[in-house]
Design a protein around this ligand. Structure first.
Ligand code: IMP
Length: 429
């Protein structure tokens, strides 16, 4: 059976948690393909709210098997905490969680250097503060690319693990001491701590590409889940203000060991307006009362760091680009209800740079900082979408807004979410 792929189409925080949870009802497997505990996927079921950072959102469906794929960077402590949190809510991962033996492991020096680098950039006053989540993501992917990373499979071989960690700490301590003037990390403590993960995590470590391949051959329903969003992609996002992996559709192939030909459709999760956490260009960012209102009504605070999210109108130039680079065929439109009380709603349809029109998303972050957005204004619907379950029952102005988005970006809106709850979802037929 072909694989359905779910990607965040903007700068992350589009509401992937709820949509993956919903779509995994009936799915046999949900597989996460990149990122790490920098992600925060929020799922509301009844009166319970779950925030998952590493474990795929499919874990909250009773029978779905969840995979943490090759492209993910795993923080063992964060993962164990999440397993415990789920257990405290009566959700057992036993027999339903598999972690790729090729996934890289986040080490204490990754987290430390992530924070030290950001602090130093902040102090230097230069424009190179990324605003990372401080979860060690960038430094872990750096080690992967330098071919010195520790992988999940290494946790199973204590002798070689000790050697690898010891030489890595030596190297990272040099950076910590010489560049950042901080005390070195204690090798013995780290070796001991990481050696113990064989006991707590060893049972989950597997060759997940084999599991997925077998599942495909057995005609199982598989969902591939990305974290963050396309505009934070290391190759296609607003570089350098990006994360260090590929949230875009292509990342699913490398991050799970699957072929492009095995993917059936790409579903883009799109928030009905735009948000961004951390630094970097954001053409439609609002600094006025509308921005404050979007943040207030949308509860726009990061699920991982608690930071306030920057808010703005929907940027269709950016979204069209995202549809193109991901091959998005269907859209799940989230948080439409946040727009309920706006008299007018704007969407950006092109950029202006030095009096010239730009109808594409520029590669340069410097140019993106300079451009001015051109808006098209829509009348709001000034009524609550609460409780609406059928597309036909939506206010006419909401239908007009949706239809414009579809025509502009060339993808159909198939799901509309009007609250964090599972039940507040409209399927468009
Ligand atoms: P890092 O992934 O922690 O290295 O952070 C790099 C950039 O990606 C920063 O701007 C973060 O705020 C942003 N980022 C990382 N994870 C997420 C996420 O799950 N949602 C939104 N932004 C994120």
């Amino acid at each position: 059976m072909p694989i359905d792929l779910i990607v965040g189409a903007q700068w992350g925080d589009e509401g992937k948690g709820k949509i993956v949870d919903l779509l995994s009802n009936g799915a046999d497997f949900v597989a996460r393909y990149q990122g790490g505990a920098n992600a925060g996927h929020t799922i509301v079921i009844g009166d319970k709210t779950y925030v998952l950072h590493l474990i795929p959102s499919g874990m909250l469906q009773e029978n779905t098997i969840c995979i943490i794929g090759d492209g993910v960077v795993v923080d063992p402590d964060a993962l164990l905490e999440e397993i415990e949190m789920l257990a405290s809510h009566g959700v057992s991962v036993k027999g339903r969680l598999f972690i790729s033996n090729k996934a890289h492991v986040i080490m204490p020096y990754h987290k430390l250097i992530d924070t030290l680098r950001e602090n130093r950039a902040q102090q230097s006053g230069q424009n190179n503060v990324i605003g990372t989540t401080g979860r060690g993501i960038g430094p872990a992917y750096i080690d992967k690319a330098r071919r010195i990373g520790i992988r999940m499979v290494d946790l199973l071989n204590i002798e070689s693990l000790k050697t690898k960690i010891t030489s890595n700490i030596l190297e990272h301590n040099e950076i910590i001491e010489k560049i950042y003037n901080q005390n070195p990390l204690n090798t013995k403590d780290i070796v001991e701590k990481y050696s113990n993960y064989r006991t707590s995590l060893g049972k989950y470590i597997s060759d997940t590409s084999l599991i997925i391949d077998k599942a495909r051959k057995d005609n199982k329903c598989i969902i591939a889940e990305g974290a963050q969003g396309a505009l934070l992609d290391i190759d296609h996002g607003t570089y350098p203000f990006v994360t260090s992996s590929n949230p875009t559709a292509g990342g699913a192939c490398t991050g799970l060991g699957i072929a492009p030909t095995s993917i059936d459709k790409v579903i883009g999760i799109v928030k009905a307006y735009t948000t961004r956490v951390g630094n970097g260009p954001f053409p439609t960012e609002l600094f006025d009362a509308d921005g404050t209102e979007l943040a207030r009504v949308g509860h726009e605070f990061g699920a991982t760091t608690g930071r306030s999210r920057r808010c703005g109108w929907l940027d269709l130039v950016a979204l069209k680009y995202s549809v193109m680079i991901n091959g998005i065929s269907e859209i799940a439109l989230t948080k439409l209800d946040v727009l309920d009380d706006f008299d007018s709603i704007m969407v950006c349809t092109e950029y202006i740079l030095n009096d010239n029109k730009l109808d594409y998303f520029p590669a340069s972050s410097e140019i993106l900082e300079e451009i001015s957005p051109v808006y098209k204004s829509f009348r709001g619907w000034n009524s609550s979408l609460n409780g609406i379950r059928n597309f036909d029952d939506l206010p006419e102005n909401a239908k007009i807004y949706i239809s414009f988005i579809e025509d502009f970006v060339g993808a159909k809106v198939k799901l509309i979410s009007t609250s964090p709850s599972r039940k507040d979802t409209i399927t468009v037929f």
